[in-house]
Design a binder for this molecule. Sequence first.
Ligand code: NCD
Length: 555
Amino acid sequence: MPKLRTTETGHGTREHPFRGRSLAVISDLNREERLYLYRRVRELKEAHRRRDRKALDSFRINDPDFGIYEVFLEDSTRTRESFKNAAHFHRLKFSEFNASSSSFNKSESYSDTFANLIGYDNRMFVIRSKLEGVCRYLAETTERYRRRHDLAGGVSFINAGDGRHEHPTQELLDEFTFLEDLDWNNREIHLALVGDLYHGRTVHSKVHGLGLFENVTVDLVAPPELSMPRPYVEEMLLQGFTVREFESIEDYLSHQDPTDGQPGAAQIARLWYFTRPQLERMGERVLRRAAELRAAITFDPDDQKRLRENTIFYHPLPRHREHPTIPVSLDDTRLNGWERQSANGWYVRMVLLAMLAGRIGEDYPGPVGPQPVEEEEFVRDVTSETRRNGTDDSVQEKRRYSEGIRPIRDGLVIDHIFTGAPPEKIRGHLATLISVMKLHGRGGEWVSTGSDGRCKGLLFRPGHPGLEEQAVRKLAAVVPDATVNLIRDGEVYRKYRLGHPRRIEDLPELICRNEACITHPDNGEQTLPRFLRSRDGHYVCEYCSRKHEFTEVWR
Ligand code: NCD
């Protein structure tokens, strides 16, 4: 049991709903938790406006031994500085990690680096990195370190932007600002996302973030080279968002005349969220067309008259000093929502730190944590069903599962492998099956054509001693939809039909195809990915959220 510590500020007990939690992706805080956070941010902002010291103090962590570390492996102004200022507000021990002169340059791993820093009584890490999924990963590996050394519980990892993946604290301050402008009503939102939707992690966090609102219409305004990656669009549709796509601001504005006042989905949005073209992440081919791409997503001040009344522009910033997509001449107009948005970042981060440190949040009444993954049974023992059916399947099977002309007396037969897939795909997967399940040895495997003309894979291993339940479950991760027959004395004594497991994990043959993922072998962390089945039957990496077809998750 790790030792628990209680300090004067009250952190260190187990019962607090937020203490010691991490924020790797926006959905690590559920909807009710985020609404609670926004309510507290409103209070803090108001207390700050009134200079109400007593109210402000009720948010302060106020503990010089409580360590918070900023680790920025990519450039930043607002995120880094607002966290730093939030830490000063809280009167904490604040440190900045100097990555450029650290042992990262001697090829030290992330997990070793951070384990060290935890040893010096640091309780929070704010991390920005090119690698995706770092915070989820470190929250797991450092937990093991903490146990080994019997250290106090609750170390939080806060994602301050990981590659092209997510930027959850930006999403928090964006949502807070939208609510501020929608009279705190989260019933509906109609938002235009304009700019580099391909690279922009702030808009990727919107895919789950906007689920805060009951009714969501999103207009995506970007040329094809900068358009929102398809998996994100599909995810928005799955969540019931109305999604429309436009190739440029001009295309969007001319889509309909906003002055005709027609309500409903045909109208353009009143809230516009701009993102800058992230040239530093683009390849040569796209860069050659930079000027043209920029033009498609730059707002022309002459177009103000074509906007809806009370339109507000947002931008996570920075904007380019020579080529701003929101021209500087608009700073003094009522379109300017981006400056208040940016200032809100400080309040939001102060409250977030207070919650994760356990200073506030005790009174939060709602459900805690992200929605749990519901496990489903995915292995069905159909031995008795098959027998009862009277179709005498076992007799047919005895006939079918033969080794050459001799029926198998004892062993294992896996049938219906990837039925309907092209033969070369089935063959490739048979090889994966043999390697993952260590089914090398005597027997055979082949692709055959069923009575319905579809191809399927079949593998048999005479003399195989049979599989334990755990091994059958593992098999479902490799060959879902297959049937497994265990044969003894010429009889199928056990027959299973395999379904699709919710999670695939703990297998050395797994790989996440995203080269920026912390688990990718090129990144040297020597760790394995874990996949969760999505509602549309894909497997999503639990670190970087990359969606995979089932066959892609295998090396
Ligand atoms: C963004 C980021 O770094 O993701 N900025 C920010 O944190 N406010 C957006 C960007 O870099 O364009």
